[in-house]
Design a protein around this ligand. Structure first.
Ligand code: ZN
Length: 291
């Protein structure tokens, strides 16, 4: 009997040890519940993409629907290494806003996915955290555009729209920063599937680093500029990453999205990227999709 007890205890200990070793080291929180986009079908895909890194467990905090009482919406941002926003809608309670600002200022990670850059036009700290945004009643007063001029980025406060895009189109993404952990090791240019090509984003653009752009031709409803598609913002001790891609779940199958998102989430959480660039990464000529 004694042997059996010992064996059982040993087995239990081994299982626990294996579990601890196999458990992903980081925690991510996706925030959704309202969005001008179909957040109900994109959140599960984003969750799987982040879990597939093997680095994260992912929780989801879903707000009450538009127009409903928001006063008890208090996600515990501080419990996570990274907060991913798939949210665009009603204002949050002041306590919740302050909790997010304190969390990022204190060293937390924040990832802004696609239309989350249209959220909270009147919340100054949010606009500072996300660097550039659009829509939601934003005007030229939101701040300058970030424009690629003679091999570097400049801020241009000129008249024009604040957020916009032409019809769905395939486009090439060009890396503009090869030293940043998110883009290090990626090819200099790679194709994305047909998607919205976000343009004319404006904002405070403080401590902003553009990682990649896509050219938005006027003939296809664009600005005729190299639009920032992937960028980061340093906010306090925190790290913010913006990924403009991914209008619906269909576009989230693009490896250009999957890989840049996975790398951006890891960087926002830890300041590093340990993931390898996969073999199915797109080339400058051909987009790549996963089933
Ligand atoms: Zn969209």
């Amino acid at each position: 009997m004694c042997h059996r007890h010992l064996l059982t205890a040993l087995c239990a200990w081994l299982l626990l040890a294996l579990h601890v070793l196999a458990a992903p080291p980081y925690k991510a929180l996706i925030v959704d519940g309202q969005n001008g986009h179909d957040w109900k079908s994109t959140t599960p895909v984003l969750k799987k993409i982040v879990e597939d890194t093997g680095l994260f467990t992912v929780d989801v905090a879903t707000s009450p629907p538009r127009g409903k009482d928001m006063s008890n919406f208090r996600p515990k941002f501080a419990d996570y290494h990274v907060v991913i926003s798939n949210y665009q809608g009603d204002e949050w309670p002041e306590e919740t806003k302050k909790a997010l600002v304190d969390y990022v200022k204190g060293g937390g990670g924040l990832v802004i996915y696609h239309f989350a850059c249209a959220a909270f036009p009147k919340w100054p700290e949010y606009n500072e955290m996300i660097g550039l945004g659009g829509w939601g009643g934003r005007t030229e007063k939101a701040g300058p555009y970030v424009r690629w001029r003679d091999g570097k980025f400049v801020l241009e406060q000129v008249p024009g729209p604040t957020g916009g895009h032409g019809p769905m189109q395939a486009f090439k993404i060009e890396v503009r920063n090869f030293d940043h952990p998110i883009t290090k090791g990626l090819p200099p240019a790679f194709m994305h599937v047909e998607d919205e090509l976000y343009g004319w984003l404006r904002g405070p653009a403080k401590n902003l680093t553009v990682l990649a752009t896509a050219f938005a031709p006027k003939a296809k409803g664009g600005s005729d500029e190299h639009e920032p598609i992937l960028f980061t913002v340093d906010y306090g001790k925190g790290r913010v990453f913006f990924n403009a891609l991914g209008h619906t779940a269909k576009e989230l199958k693009s490896v250009a999205f999957i890989v840049t998102f996975q790398r951006g989430v890891e960087w926002a959480a830890t300041g590093q990227v340990t993931q390898k660039v996969p073999d199915d990464f797109p080339t400058a000529e051909k987009a790549s999709v996963r089933p």
